[in-house]
Design a protein around this ligand. Structure first.
Ligand code: SF4
Length: 407
């Protein structure tokens, strides 16, 4: 007897060759069928015919051998029904079709172009207290970290404020970093401005930044509503870190440890315990020689990927953009604008037309805002490409997209 199979609209199906993933975006339950032509064929049919298809007697037997009907019901992927009991096929409406090309058109809508901006990072200066670390590490190519240059430079305050004003009312993240931002000539004026804005403001300090008593006064002028991030790297200097003792007890303070190996993780854990640090995170730093450390701590496994909870909307977003970089702009001390320091500047603050710049980033399929794992090799041929973490600076530095032990 023929049957109709229907899959619910919140199920994500990904088929590559004869491998198929079914992923329930509500419960996270999933099923993977590898080297299974029969299931891949059914999955394709479901995708092509609006999530409902009819299967013949012969196919039903093959599906039964694969436990497909049980898996369908147990994971709440969908249901099946005898075809003769229904006069017409079951009807399903998709909530979001991740393959719908109109999604790209929507974010290019001119009226709302500026709403694509989600994060602005300003490098106020390039004179860092952690001069030695920034010279050796160049960690700003991997994540937010101070820069140091021999020739001292500062970003103009008026220009920073004018960019923030152009953004208008929609709420974004603003990262303030340097150099040592406490040494910025107009730091008081800047914090006065940012204390009263409606954005989420993050100030980045290196733990070696508290160089004189005035620094503490500047810190206390920063609104409690903002987040202070204190970066700690190794070798660790206890006598410098204890200067932050009062601050790390406050709300809205996060400590980020820059780690290159297991020993540094252990040392960081001791510091966390000794200072009773609540909010902290580890930032693995790739030094060109610690790929083993990355394989053990950064590369993802199938299990890591499947455990992440992604909504249908998240998956659609990852299909058309790269959430690691999308909507993010970085301004260096020269006023040059970057999407990541691993790519050339895309403009300068002095002659900036923000709407045009955003439009070009959206229009260009190869822009870092848009390139994602459904496009690049070998991820474009992997059933996990929408569930997997998006491409980050690590992939560009390590020079491979598949930081995983799957492919
Ligand atoms: S990194 Fe690429 S190849 Fe590896 S699991 Fe993710 S999508 Fe697949």
């Amino acid at each position: 007897m023929k049957k109709y199979i229907t899959v619910f609209p919140f199920i994500h199906i990904n088929i590559k060759d004869n491998n198929t993933l079914f992923y329930n975006t509500l419960s996270r339950s999933n099923a993977v069928f590898t080297n299974n032509d029969a299931i891949a064929q059914i999955a394709k049919k479901l995708e092509e015919s609006n999530l409902t298809c009819m299967v013949e007697e012969e196919q039903i037997n093959v599906l039964k051998q694969n436990n497909f009907f049980k898996i369908l019901l147990l994971n709440n992927f969908g249901y099946y029904v005898d075809a003769e009991k229904l006069p017409v096929p079951p009807f399903t409406t998709r909530c979001i079709d991740v393959n719908d090309t109109r999604l790209v058109t929507n974010f290019k809508n001119h009226e709302y172009l500026l709403e694509n901006v989600r994060e602005l990072t300003f490098y106020l200066n390039n004179f860092a207290s952690a001069k030695n670390q920034t010279k050796v590490r160049k960690a700003h190519y991997q994540f937010l970290f101070p820069v140091y240059d021999e020739e001292k430079k500062e970003l103009n305050l008026k220009e920073i404020i004018s960019i923030i004003k152009v953004i208008g009312n929609h709420q974004i993240n603003i990262n303030i970093t340097g150099g040592n931002i406490l040494e910025y000539s107009n730091f008081y004026e800047l914090i006065n401005e940012l204390n009263n804005c409606r954005h989420n403001v993050f100030y980045y300090f290196h733990y070696l930044d508290l160089v004189n008593s005035d620094n503490n006064k500047l810190l206390s002028a920063i609104s409690q509503k903002t987040i202070k991030v204190i970066l700690v790297d190794f070798p660790f200097e206890l006598k410098e870190f204890v200067k932050w003792n009062e601050i790390i007890k406050q709300d809205g303070v996060r400590i980020e440890f820059i780690v290159e190996n297991e020993e540094q993780i252990t040392e960081a854990e001791q510091i966390i315990s000794e200072f009773a640090i609540n909010d902290h995170m580890f930032r693995p730093y790739y030094n060109g020689e610690n790929i083993k450390f990355f394989k053990e701590n950064v590369f993802v496994s199938e299990r890591d990927i499947i455990e992440v909870k992604e909504s249908l909307f998240d998956l659609a977003t990852k299909k058309i953009s790269n959430p690691s970089f999308f909507g993010k702009l970085i301004f260096n001390t020269d006023g040059n604008i970057f999407t990541s320091f691993n790519f050339p500047a895309i403009g300068n603050i002095n002659n900036l037309n923000l709407k045009n710049l955003i439009f070009e980033l959206l229009e260009d399929e190869n822009s870092i805002w848009r390139v994602n794992k459904t496009i690049v090799e070998p991820c474009n041929n992997c059933i996990y490409n929408l569930l997997c973490p998006p491409i980050s600076n690590y992939e560009y530095l390590i020079n491979k997209h598949n930081l995983c032990n799957v492919k």
